[in-house]
Design a protein around this ligand. Structure first.
Ligand code: ATP
Ligand code: MG
Length: 735
């Protein structure tokens, strides 16, 4: 039957199908969590390919993470049957930006082998600039300025465009000057930062309409996931690519009417999940869509396919406390009397919280649930350590996603600096990082001489080193040491094209003495560091070249450990966006941590609402089970603090929420400490003993057990183990 819909369309509901099949003109899908927005995008791409409307290389598709991009590619392959060849333009804004820049680097004054600086490099670079300008880094911290530059770049602002007030706010009015100096330094280094990955293409397109026209012709279809979290620069970038000027041949050739001047753009998003405002995301981009892309079709999806009615009910009730939202309907057909309610648990402190969650996970595991289907979503990354420690003890596999990453470890960064310098000799930051690591007797004075020499001639430091060793500017010992460095790098560079890159990498670490340095190190960490270096070399095998590998490293946002192992995921709420798990654990729902004090202090009501959206994102990641935790005591900056349950708990509806039974073994519970906390003057807590069940439980517990809690200043904290069979561990932690 020729009229039968292809398989990939069969399972879609009518609205989803409309979003997939409306291929002409701009489309905005605005819908709540779990309604199939990402699925619509994926199916839309499959549909475009299957109907032969475009080649994979003519589709530009933007995801929020690299991981999401990989998953989308896999799914498309499944839908159209067989692997998708290509889709070279499927990725994050940043990875697509890199690709554009590598092709057209010269148009923005870079060479195509430019390097990408991470935050650390940026701060170090700014420090140098401040030093050169004689600006006191203590009074005007480099880190702060790095944040300012990032903010400007998110808004798409060049130095000439930054607001006067902003420019005045740093180093007695030198903000603009310093921003310019910074951009110049980047150019000299043949490098760019993350913001430039977006800004350079924008500059390039604006200055070269012919290049832009080329891409208008190329990208027949543009698709964007998580549209609510695009920032202004991303929006500008998107508009440039999506809006063909009227009257160009390619515009009038394919479309009619108001949409005639537009590329086919499809964005999907949910204003309730906008959680990157602090990083410059503009949820207003959603509201502007219809205005900026006239004739846009707005499609709403209301059926949630992900979660149980309890989970959806809890999340919906919570987010309704936000005033600033478009408001959406969400419903589900999944209504099983056996479905669990959302469960709220209390624990004494974070160690107990980790222990209890570990036990719950083990119980689920015994009932044949997969670890892959479970996730712990934390508000702040420091919360992860406790879980990592606990899971190592239990022998539970876990992976940290988007957290402190493997590539950020000291020894890995050193090794990467060597590799970067070999493949990109102008990378001065890499040079400075390793020129005296391991120690070669190249002191600060030598480095400074070298630095001045390079600055004066506007050449990279490695090139300066090669020059300077031919002169007698340095003391013989330093000169010899530097000569060796230069010779080494020349040799390694010459091997770059001929030797397999993993072998070369190993050779570099050996010949430089870097491996030997850690072998000689007697500290407890040294063996681990050596193992990490080995792992680094292993991880390079997946890449064709050193450069490909380095590019990957600079783009990796989410570290996947043991990708194939059944493992619990640990990540921040921010990196959980778009994901789903059977069981979700949400620890740390306490005032000050969640909502986070900083958001409250800096963001006021808007800050609180963004925190609430984060809570909404957290709950809606769960398909079947959602467990929320709060603790009575948390150690913050080495000090025990009594905490209050998060106000978000008050905002959950009792009908969808139950309080975990307090087990006998919880006997060690201490005084919760109302009236001791710095939050106790806040409004929401005046009616502490009124309704919700979990709060009554908390109150009972704190009354019954206060004797066990000496005093906060006394530090006599008693912890008793949690478990089905009663107390199994009892520790007194004293001074
Ligand atoms: P989020 O806002 O969290 O990103 P989303 O709107 O992108 O969510 P998806 O992740 O695309 O939602 O879909 C949620 C879940 O529902 C997925 O498991 C998806 O496979 C499933 N789903 C979506 N549409 C359908 C459908 N028509 N039939 C069955 N399952 C569906
Ligand atoms: Mg999604």
């Amino acid at each position: 039957d020729a009229h039968r819909a292809p398989d990939y369309l069969a399972g879609l509901n009518p609205e989803q199908r409309e979003a997939v099949e409306t291929l002409d003109g701009p489309v905005l899908v605005l819908a709540g969590a779990g309604t199939g927005k990402t699925r619509v995008l994926t199916t839309r791409i499959a549909h475009i390919l299957a109907t032969g409307r475009a080649f994979p290389s003519q589709i530009l598709a933007v995801t929020f993470t690299n991981k999401a991009a990989r998953e989308m590619k896999e799914r498309i392959g499944l839908l159209v049957g067989g692997a998708v060849e290509g889709m070279p333009w499927l990725g994050t804004f940043h990875s697509i930006g890199v690709k554009l820049l590598r092709r057209h680097a010269e148009l923005v004054g870079l060479r195509s082998d430019f390097s990408i600086l991470d935050t650390d490099d940026v701060v170090r670079l700014i420090k140098q600039i401040l030093q050169a300008e004689g600006i006191d880094d203590k009074r005007w911290p480099a880190k702060q300025f790095a944040g300012m530059i990032d903010g400007w770049k998110n808004k798409g602002l060049d130095p000439a465009q930054i607001p006067e007030g902003d420019a005045r706010a740093f180093a007695n009015g030198k903000g603009r000057e310093l921003y310019i100096a910074y951009q110049n330094r980047l150019k000299t280094l043949n490098a760019c930062d993350f913001g430039d990955l977006l800004l350079h293409p924008i500059r390039m397109f604006r200055a070269n309409p012919d290049v832009l026209a080329e891409y208008h012709q190329r990208f027949r279809y543009i698709l964007v996931d998580e549209y609510q979290d695009t920032n202004t620069a991303q929006y500008m970038w998107l508009r440039l690519l999506a809006q063909r000027p009227k009257g160009t041949p390619e515009a009038s050739a394919d479309r009619r009417g108001a949409a005639a001047s537009l590329v086919n753009l499809c964005c999907v998003g949910d204003d309730d999940q906008s959680i990157y405002g602090w990083r410059g995301a503009e949820v207003d981009n959603i509201l502007r869509f219809e205005k900026d892309f006239p004739g846009a079709k707005v499609i709403k999806l209301e059926r949630n396919y992900r979660s149980t009615a309890h989970i959806l009910g809890a999340a919906g009730h919570l987010i309704a406390h936000n005033e600033d939202r478009l408001g959406k309907t969400l419903f589900t057909d999944r209504r099983d009397p056996d479905d669990d309610k959302v469960v709220v648990h209390a624990a004494w402190d974070s160690e107990e919280e980790a222990r209890a969650i570990g036990e719950e996970i083990e119980q689920l595991q015994r009932k044949a649930h997969k670890l892959n289907d479970m996730a712990i979503l934390v508000r702040a990354s420091f919360q992860m350590r406790e879980f990592e420690d606990r899971f190592v003890t239990l022998g539970l596999n876990y992976r940290v996603i988007g957290g402190p990453r493997f590539y950020e470890r000291l020894e890995i960064r050193d090794a990467l600096a060597y590799f970067r310098l070999v493949s990109q000799p102008a990378d001065d930051l890499a040079f400075e990082r390793i020129v005296n690591t391991p120690k070669r007797g190249l002191g600060d004075t030598t480095i400074r001489n070298l630095h001045d020499y390079a600055r004066a001639r506007d050449i990279p430091m490695l090139a300066a080193a090669a020059d300077i060793v031919e002169t007698d500017e340095l003391k013989p010992k330093a000169r010899k040491a530097l000569f060796d460095v230069v010779t080494d790098f020349r040799r390694w560079q010459s091997l770059l094209e001929t030797m397999p890159h993993t072998e070369l990498a190993e050779q570099i670490l050996d010949e430089s003495g870097y491996t030997a340095m850690w072998q000689a190190d007697k500290s407890a960490e040294a063996p681990g560091r050596l193992e990490n270096l080995k792992e680094l070399i292993r991880s390079m095998e997946a890449f064709e070249s050193m450069r490909g590998f380095l590019e990957h490293v600079s783009l990796v946002m989410d570290a996947e450990q043991n990708e194939n192992l059944d493992a619990v995921s640990i990540m921040t709420l921010h990196s959980a966006k778009g994901l789903e798990f059977e069981t979700v654990f949400l620890p740390g729902w306490e005032e000050g941590l969640f909502p986070h004090q900083r958001s409250l202090d800096e963001g006021g009501r808007a800050g609180l609402e963004e925190e609430r959206r984060l809570a909404y994102v957290g709950i809606t990641r769960a398909k079947r089970r959602c467990h929320i935790w709060f603790v009575s005591n948390r150690r913050i900056h080495g000090l025990w603090q009594t905490t209050l349950p998060s106000r978000f708990l008050d905002e959950l509806p009792e009908s969808h929420v139950e309080v975990a039974e307090v087990e006998q073994s919880y006997g060690g519970y201490g005084r919760g400490g109302y009236g001791q906390s710095r939050f106790d003057k806040q409004e929401p807590f005046q009616n502490t003993y009124s309704t919700p069940g979990w709060r009554r439980a908390q109150a009972n517990r704190t009354d019954a057990t206060r004797d066990n809690w000496g005093s906060r200043s006394g530090h006599a904290v008693e912890r008793i183990g949690y478990g089905e069979s009663g107390p199994r561990a009892r520790t007194i932690e004293g001074e």
